[in-house]
Design a protein around this ligand. Structure first.
Ligand SMILES: O=C(O)CCCC[C@@H]1SC[C@@H]2NC(=O)N[C@@H]21
Length: 252
């Protein structure tokens, strides 16, 4: 099967659903069906998933969306987590104004006043065992954040737009900001390559130049956060030399 990456910003579809298990499940079930990039949103998710097999707390009123992107290029696909982070940054500024502080945390969290306000989870979409596209799952705490007891020890504490900025933003209004922002940054990626995205991401990065710890399956790596490289890997300058980290959780 040969499907080209979609042209932005035209031709982006939207399926608005009520309760689903997860908008990522709907994207999987429809892999191969949507010819264009399509936003799948839901008012409730009964089985929301987060990174590394964790659950994502999903009260009604928050934003739950997955963008199904048909695309034949698996390398560019994974870099869409950076596109999503930049789009979330712009969309959150759009709904809150310039006051609250936003920052991006590697690999794909968005921080509001230092707390986690949004998360991104990418999954491959396959048809008959072949990669067909990528699903970009996005959750945003618009009106409510989980309690700190519901998140892992040492993780960034969760916050909401309502709690930090006092704004009542509905998921529909949020998508009106997020969808064009995603199209904008995705056009940058597909037209100019990852370098433009990488530079924009680094300009908004939390703790760049500071000492941070990346938790990997078998070790913790602590070092100075130097940059994100051309593959999207975290680069840490440690006492034992430079480490390039493809995946992990970062702790400040
Ligand atoms: O762990 C994270 O930070 C990522 C959370 C991603 C949550 C979103 S909500 C929409 C989509 N559907 C899911 O089940 N998960 C993602």
């Amino acid at each position: 099967m040969s499907i080209k990456c979609p042209e932005w910003p035209t031709g982006v579809g939207h399926q608005a659903l009520n309760e689903v298990s997860s908008t990522l499940d709907i994207a999987r079930q429809n892999a191969g069906q949507f010819p264009n990039a399509t936003w799948i949103t839901a008012t409730r998710q009964s089985a929301s998933r987060g990174r590394r097999g964790r659950a994502w707390v999903a009260p009604e009123g928050n934003f739950y969306g997955t963008l199904s992107v048909p695309c034949t290029d698996p390398e560019t696909a994974s870099l869409r987590s950076f596109v999503a982070a930049l789009a979330l940054y712009d969309a959150l500024h759009g709904v809150m104004g310039e006051g609250p502080t936003l920052a991006l945390k590697w690999p794909n969290d968005v921080l509001l006043n230092s707390g986690k306000v949004a998360g991104i989870l990418l999954e491959s979409l396959t048809v008959q065992g072949q990669i067909w596209g990528v699903a970009v799952g996005i959750g945003v705490n618009l009106i409510a954040a989980p309690s700190t007891a519901q998140v892992e020890d040492g993780a960034v504490y969760p916050v909401s737009v309502k709690g930090e900025a006092g704004e009542d933003v509905t998921p529909d209004v949020f998508l009106k900001h997020l969808a064009p922002a995603f199209s904008h940054w995705d056009t940058q990626l597909t037209s100019f390559g990852f370098n433009a995205i990488r530079t924009a991401w680094l300009n908004r990065a939390a703790r760049l130049g500071e000492t941070i710890t990346a938790r990997l399956p078998n070790e913790d790596v602590t070092g100075r956060f130097e940059t994100v490289d051309e593959n999207g890997y975290l680069v840490l300058n440690t006492p034992k030399g430079t480490r390039q980290i493809a995946a992990g959780d970062v702790f400040f």
